[in-house]
Design a protein around this ligand. Structure first.
Ligand SMILES: OC[C@H]1O[C@H](O[C@H]2O[C@H](CO)[C@@H](O)[C@H](O)[C@H]2O)[C@H](O)[C@@H](O)[C@@H]1O
Length: 621
C-alpha cells in the first residue's frame, strides 16, 4: 500500500495497537494482543491483505490531523469540495474499560454534506485467511475464522461486495456516526455492545489522568510527553511487558532484507524504557515491568533469554510469511525473532542498571529483585569472558564486542554499589569477601577493555577486540560511567564516530557493506540509527559541546512525523523514516537527551545567577 512509514498514526489500548494512514486506512492491527496475527496487514502487502478505510468518497488524504491534546485519540480532518468532516479514531484502554480490544471510529460532519464510505477487508492470520462474514441477529456484522471473531457495530447499514464490507453515509454539520470493531473468542457468547461516546469520554479521562503524573516541565515538554504516551502505548497492561515496537518487518533498508519482528519484550529496550519512566514520574509502570521481569526470568540465570513474549513466553520461533510481499517489496516478512536464542552479554548490564536507577528513584526495594541481581552476577562472573552477539544482535559470528564488556562492567559495578549500601550485620565478613571478589572482576574487565578494545594509534575504542571498525554503542562509555567524559580516549572515540560513522550528522550503528555480507551477516545497507544519534547529542553535551548537542537534538526532533512519532531509523539519502514504527528505542533516548539538556541549561542559569551548585548527575535523575 502507498503510505510512507511516517504517514502513519498510532492508536492503541495497551494490549495491542493499530496504524492509521493519512488516507484514513487502518493498515495494521493485530488482535487481541501485540504479537497476535494481524487482521489488517495491508501495511506489509496489498489491499487484499486487509485494511479498514473511512474517508470521504472523493478519496485523498486528510488535510489536517492531530492527537486530541495529550492523548492517543487521533483526529483527522478532510476538507473536500462538498464540505469538511472529522474522523476520531481511538482504542479504549481494554483492561480498564470494555474488556475486549476494540477500535472506535467516529465520523463527524463539520460543514457541507459530505458522502463518506467505510470499507473493510478483514483478512485473518496476517492477510492470508478470508473469514466467514455474516450479519448477526442484533444487526452487527461478525467475521469468524478459527479461534477469532471480530464484531462490527454501527448505526449505518453494511453491505458486502467482492469480499469487502462497505457502508455509505452522508454527513452534515453536527452528525456523528460511530463504528466499533471488537475482537472476541469465536466460541464465546457474543460480546456486549459498546457505547462509543461513553468510551470516548472514558478514554479522554484515562489519558488526562495518566499524563498528569508526568514530572518533566522543561522546554521540550510536548516532545517528551508524546514520547511517554508512545511508550505507555507499547506497554502490555495485563503483565507490564513492553514491546520494542508494534510492527514487524518495516524495513531498515527499503526493498531489502533487514526486516524484523519487534512485537516482543527485549530486556535491553524495556530496561532502558524503565529508566526513562522512573525519571519522569511513572514509577507504577516501572514497578509493573520489574514484576514482569522477575516472572519472566524466574529460574536458572543460565536460561535467561534476551527477549520474551509480552506474557513472558520463551518460544518466539522465527518464520517467513511468504504470502506477504512486504512493505514496498521489502521481503521477507518475518514473524517471530531468532535473536531470542542469542547470547547478548550487554543485557545483564542494562537490567542491573535499570534496577539500580529504580532504587535511586525511590522504587520500593524487592527481595526477589535483589536475589535476581546476585544470581545474575554469579552467572556473569563465569561468563563475561565469552564472545557474544552484542547489542546489535548481529547474525554473523560471535565476537568480543567492546560495548558488551563495558555493560558487564556496569552490572558488576552496580552490584558492588548495592552491596556496599547493604546492612553491616553478622554476614559482614562473608559480604566483604564477596565484595572483594566483585571488585577484582570489575577491575579485570576494565583493564581488559582498555587493553584490547582501544586503538591507541587512532585514539578510539573499537567495535570488538582487535577490530579496526567503530561502533556507535561506544558512545555509551561515558554515559554509564565506565570512563569520565573528559578522558582523552572518550573524547577521541566520540570524535572518531562523528567523523566516520555519521551521514548528514546522524549516526549509523556500524559500517555496513552494501551488497556484500558484512559483520552483521546481512547484505544491504541501513539508515542512521536514531537512538545512536541521540546518544551522540548526549556525549557532546557531556564533553562541553552543549550548543552542538542542542543543535543535533533539535535536528533529531525535526525528523519526527507531524504527530511526534519516530521509527527506528532515518534514511538520510531518501529523507524518510525506516524500520519498525513507532520504536521505543528511539523515544527513550529522546526523553533522556531532553532531560540532560534541560538539567544542563538549568545549571547554566543557576551558575549565571551566582549559585554555587553546578550540574551534577543528580540533576538527571
Ligand atoms: O540488525 C539485526 C537485528 O536487528 C534487530 O535488532 C534490533 O532491534 C532490537 C529491538 O529494538 C534492539 O534491541 C537491537 O539492539 C537492534 O539491533 C532484530 O531484532 C534482530 O533479530 C536482528 O538480528
Amino acid at each position: 500500500m502507498s503510505n510512507r512509514i511516517e504517514d502513519y498514526a498510532l492508536i492503541g489500548d495497551m494490549q495491542t495497537a493499530a496504524l492509521v494512514g493519512r488516507d484514513g486506512s487502518v493498515d495494521w492491527l493485530c488482535l487481541p494482543r501485540f504479537d497476535s496475527p494481524a487482521i489488517f496487514a495491508g501495511l506489509l502487502g496489498t489491499e487484499d491483505n486487509g485494511y479498514w478505510k473511512i474517508a470521504p468518497l472523493s478519496g485523498g488524504v486528510s488535510t489536517r490531523r492531530q492527537y486530541q491534546g495529550d492523548s492517543l485519540i487521533l483526529e483527522s480532518e478532510w476538507e473536500t469540495p462538498r464540505g469538511t468532516i472529522r474522523v476520531t479514531d481511538f482504542m479504549p484502554p481494554s483492561d480498564e474499560l470494555i474488556g475486549a480490544p476494540a477500535i472506535v471510529r467516529i465520523v463527524e460532519g463539520i460543514s457541507g454534506q459530505v458522502p463518506v464510505r467505510s470499507e473493510i477487508r478483514m483478512r485473518f492470520h496476517y492477510g492470508k485467511v478470508v473469514p466467514w462474514v455474516r450479519r448477526h441477529d442484533d444487526g452487527r456484522t461478525v467475521a469468524v475464522a478459527g479461534p477469532d471473531s471480530v464484531w462490527l457495530q454501527s448505526d449505518t447499514d453494511h453491505y458486502g461486495r467482492g469480499m469487502t464490507t462497505y457502508a455509505d453515509l452522508t454527513v452534515g454539520p453536527g452528525d456523528r456516526h460511530a463504528f466499533v470493531l471488537s475482537w472476541w473468542p469465536s466460541h464465546a457468547q457474543p460480546p456486549l455492545g459498546t457505547d462509543a461516546e461513553e468510551v470516548l469520554q472514558d478514554t479522554q479521562l484515562f489519558w488526562q489522568d495518566w499524563v498528569s503524573r508526568c514530572t518533566y516541565d522543561g522546554p521540550w515538554r510536548d516532545a517528551v510527553v508524546r514520547s511517554l504516551i508512545t511508550l505507555k502505548a507499547l506497554t502490555y497492561a495485563p503483565t507490564g511487558g513492553i514491546v520494542a515496537a508494534p510492527t514487524t518487518s518495516l524495513p531498515e533498508d527499503v526493498g531489502g532484507v533487514r526486516n524484523w519482528d519487534y512485537r516482543y519484550t527485549w530486556l535491553r529496550d524495556a530496561a532502558m524504557t524503565l529508566s526513562s519512566l522512573v525519571r519522569t514520574g511513572f514509577l507504577e509502570e516501572a514497578t509493573a515491568w520489574r514484576e514482569w521481569l522477575l516472572r519472566a526470568v524466574a529460574g536458572d540465570p543460565e536460561n535467561l533469554q534476551i527477549m520474551y513474549g509480552v506474557g513472558g513466553e520463551r518460544r518466539l520461533t522465527e518464520y517467513e510469511a511468504d504470502w506477504l510481499p512486504g512493505y514496498e517489496h521489502s521481503s521477507p516478512v518475518r514473524i517471530g525473532n531468532a535473536a531470542a536464542e542469542q547470547f547478548q552479554l550487554d543485557v545483564y548490564g542494562e537490567v542491573v542498571d535499570a534496577l539500580h536507577h529504580g532504587r535511586l528513584a525511590g522504587m520500593e526495594g524487592h527481595d526477589n529483585a535483589h536475589q535476581l541481581q546476585l544470581r545474575l552476577m554469579d552467572f556473569l562472573e563465569d561468563n563475561w569472558r565469552k564472545p557474544d552477539e552484542g547489542i546489535w544482535e548481529v547474525r554473523g559470528p560471535r565476537r568480543h564486542f567492546v560495548h558488551s564488556k563495558v555493560m558487564a562492567w556496569v552490572a558488576v559495578d552496580r552490584t558492588i554499589k548495592l552491596l556496599e549500601a547493604g546492612p553491616g550485620d553478622s554476614a559482614a565478613a562473608h559480604l566483604e569477601r564477596h565484595l572483594e571478589r566483585l571488585r577484582g572482576v570489575r577491575d579485570e574487565i576494565h583493564h581488559e577493555v582498555c587493553e584490547y578494545g582501544y586503538d591507541a594509534e587512532r585514539n578510539t575504542f573499537t567495535q570488538y577486540y582487535g577490530s579496526l571498525e567503530l561502533d556507535a554503542s561506544l558512545l555509551l562509555i561515558p554515559q554509564v560511567g565506565f570512563l569520565p567524559p573528559d578522558d582523552k580516549r572518550v573524547v577521541g572515540t566520540i570524535e572518531a564516530i562523528q567523523h566516520e560513522l555519521t551521514e548528514d550528522g546522524f549516526v549509523r550503528r556500524y559500517p555496513t557493506r552494501g551488497e556484500s555480507v558484512g559483520l552483521d551477516g546481512l547484505p544491504g545497507d541501513e539508515g542512521a540509527f536514531l537512538a545512536c544519534s541521540f546518544w551522540l547529542a548526549d556525549d557532546l553535551a557531556m564533553i562541553g559541546r552543549v550548543e552542538e548537542a542542542r543543535e543535533l537534538f533539535e535536528r533529531l526532533l525535526a525528523l519526527r512525523n507531524d504527530l511526534g512519532l519516530l521509527a527506528e531509523e532515518w534514511d538520510p539519502r531518501l529523507g524518510r523514516q525506516v524500520g519498525n514504527f513507532p520504536q521505543a528505542f528511539s523515544h527513550v533516548p529522546l526523553i533522556d537527551t531532553a532531560l540532560r539538556l534541560t538539567s544542563l541549561s538549568r545549571a547554566e542559569k543557576r551558575a549565571a545567577g551566582g549559585s554555587s551548585r553546578a550540574a551534577s548527575d543528580d540533576d538527571l535523575h
